[in-house]
Design a protein around this ligand. Structure first.
Ligand SMILES: Cc1cc2nc3c(=O)[nH]c(=O)nc-3n(C[C@H](O)[C@H](O)[C@H](O)COP(=O)(O)OP(=O)(O)OC[C@H]3O[C@@H](n4cnc5c(N)ncnc54)[C@H](O)[C@@H]3O)c2cc1C
Length: 386
């Protein structure tokens, strides 16, 4: 049985921690002995009288003996107990370091911190990044796009106007794609492009948000000035934020190589099958390149004829799908963490196809199932059989 002390002079905080620990003990079928204290001095007396704890959740600012002084005394009797500070005051960091605190939890306490396994599904890998895990970003990130909804859209007219007048409105030469929303007359246009923005960086994200919206405005201005007045489309909705195709990747146990994806390599620990073409949105030139598993490719640029070619010679049998291995979503360090989403570990061309929704859905499901199995089998994530 794990022996735990909770010491906080805010009674509701102590009660919260106690409740979370009880819930966790039921969830994980681990028996816990929990003692609750409301001042440091009583806790110290208890330990002086011979009580041993495995973990102490300790507040810092308490009226009767603060948490740092209490920990100094506790360390005279017990060097092994894990002290976890629960505090709103990180200014004590230096003193806390002296008493070998195991970690900090800041108030208000979020239940998540008591969980055993974590899945980072933030797209940008924010959780892993803030934990200090190894990450990387390619120099040429796939650019972000602000989408918009229009009524009365006419793609033919728009393509013509964009070719003739796009430069006047500073609409970048990029890629235009769109579709009518099912059973509506609303058209979703993904026609903007913000180059040289790493949206995991706050300043870049702000600039990209502003620039993406400016481009939508510019599209409307162009249509108003040069489009047919009687058919002027109406802008009916803007997104809550810019669509981000790529930012950082988290270094995992395995990086999916370009060849793995392009030649449809199969893995023993496959968690997803994908057949979506490799879809490289260029950062260094307009347009995009689609690469297919049959070895063909096409470069597409709005207003220009498609350029068709091959990226490899003919083979007797073409692969029909590529795979995503479990190892590519398990970060190198930490035994209880996975990434589920576009921050997975993949080389630049492999990533261009792997990132799409049908693949990320499979990855998300696999991450959920893997963490469930790890919990059930009491294993490290990487030891769960795929
Ligand atoms: C313009 C555009 C068009 C695309 N078109 C297609 C297409 O046609 N077909 C296709 O299959 N794919 C398409 N994609 C790609 C696909 O949408 C993405 O690659 C995929 O959605 C990525 O999924 P994800 O879960 O990894 O990340 P995201 O979809 O980015 O999801 C991450 C979520 O985490 C949330 N989040 C981030 N940080 C935090 C935090 N700290 N706390 C809480 N929440 C947080 C975000 O708000 C977001 O909701 C397109 C992408 C873009 C940008």
């Amino acid at each position: 049985m794990l022996e735990i002390a909770v010491c906080d002079d805010e009674k509701f905080v102590a009660a919260d921690i106690e409740k979370m620990l009880i819930d966790l003990s039921i969830l994980m079928a681990v028996p816990l002995g929990i003692d609750v204290f409301f001042d440091g001095s009583t806790l110290v007396d208890y330990i002086k009288s011979g009580k041993c704890y495995d973990i102490i959740y300790l507040d810092i600012e308490m009226a009767v003996q603060n948490g740092v002084d209490a920990a100094r005394e506790i360390r005279m009797f017990d060097n092994n107990v894990l002290i976890i500070y629960v505090t709103s005051h990180e200014s004590f960091a230096k003193e806390v370091f002296e008493v070998s605190a195991f970690r900090f939890i800041t108030k208000p306490i979020e239940k998540g911190i008591f969980k055993k396994y974590f899945i980072d599904a933030t797209g940008d890998g924010d959780l892993c990044y803030r934990l200090g895990l190894k990450s990387y970003a390619f120099e040429l990130l796939q650019p972000p796009t602000t989408c918009a909804h229009f009524e009365g859209w006419n793609s033919g007219e728009f393509d013509e106007l964009l070719k003739k007048h796009g430069a006047e409105f500073n609409i970048p030469d990029g890629f235009v794609w769109g579709a009518t929303l099912p059973e509506t007359n609303v058209y979703m246009l993904a026609g903007t492009r913000v180059y040289k923005a790493d949206c995991a960086v706050a300043d870049d994200l702000t600039r990209a948000e502003i620039e993406g919206r400016r481009q939508i405005r510019a599209i409307m201005d162009m249509l108003r000035k040069y489009g047919k007045k009687e058919n002027l489309p109406g802008l009916v909705a803007l997104p809550s934020y810019i669509g981000i195709r790529e930012t950082r990747h988290i270094k995992c146990l395995y990086q999916i190589s370009d060849e793995d994806a392009m030649y449809g390599k199969h893995f023993d620990d496959a968690i997803a099958n994908g057949s979506y073409r490799l879809d490289i949105h260029h950062q260094d030139k307009p347009g995009l390149t689609f690469r297919y598993l049959d070895g063909s490719e096409v470069y597409v640029r709005p207003g220009f004829a498609d350029q068709k070619g091959r990226w490899r010679k003919e083979m007797d049998v073409d692969p029909t799908f590529y795979q995503i291995p479990l190892r590519s979503i398990i970060p190198e360090k930490h035994d209880n963490l996975m990434v589920a989403g576009r921050m997975l570990d993949a080389a630049i061309i492999a990533y261009s196809g792997i990132r799409v929704m049908v693949n990320m859905n499979q990855v998300g499901e696999a991450a959920g199932v893997t963490s469930y199995l790890a919990l059930q089998q009491q294993k490290r994530i990487r030891d769960v059989s795929s």
